[in-house]
Design a binder for this molecule. Structure first.
Ligand SMILES: Nc1ncnc2c1ncn2[C@@H]1O[C@H](COP(=O)(O)OP(=O)(O)OP(=O)(O)O)[C@@H](O)[C@H]1O
Ligand SMILES: [Mg+2]
Length: 112
């Protein structure tokens, strides 16, 4: 299992969610976050205005996926989040040791 974390532009969240749903991904966690990338928060254009602050508002999407779904999820989220401008976001994936569905006690792939 992998944890895919995508930090994307807030206005792309609906498209990212639809892309994940379209792939059959059932669960996800969404968090409002702030951060910066290579530009260190400067010179990013947000809603037509150039911001000069250190951190930009982003949305973080965490989704646990099976190994077999990883590549499709990375491609789908990338496509859904991209506008082609700086600050579009970043996606990373990490190996997961264990997943538990609390209601049933299921573990591993069947708990995803
Ligand atoms: N190396 C990183 N580690 C942790 N979070 C990051 C990293 N890079 C980017 N992020 C997060 O992703 C958000 C979006 O990053 P961003 O799209 O600006 O990346 P970038 O590498 O600067 O690419 P671009 O040049 O397209 O802007 C940041 O606001 C930050 O929250
Ligand atoms: Mg950037």
């Amino acid at each position: 299992m992998k944890l895919v974390t995508a930090v994307v532009q807030p206005h792309r969240l609906d498209d990212v969610k639809e892309a994940l749903t379209g792939l059959g991904m059932a669960g996800l966690t969404v968090t409002e976050v702030s951060g910066h990338g290579a530009q260190k928060g400067h010179a990013e254009v947000y809603r037509g205005a150039e911001y000069r602050v250190d951190f930009r508002p982003k949305v973080r999407v965490d989704v646990v996926v099976s190994d077999a779904d990883l590549e499709a999820v990375l491609d789908a989220v990338t496509e859904a989040a991209r506008t082609g401008r700086i600050g579009d976001g970043k996606i990373w994936a990490t190996d997961l040791v264990e997943v538990v569905r609390v209601r049933t006690g299921e573990r591993g792939e069947s708990a995803v």
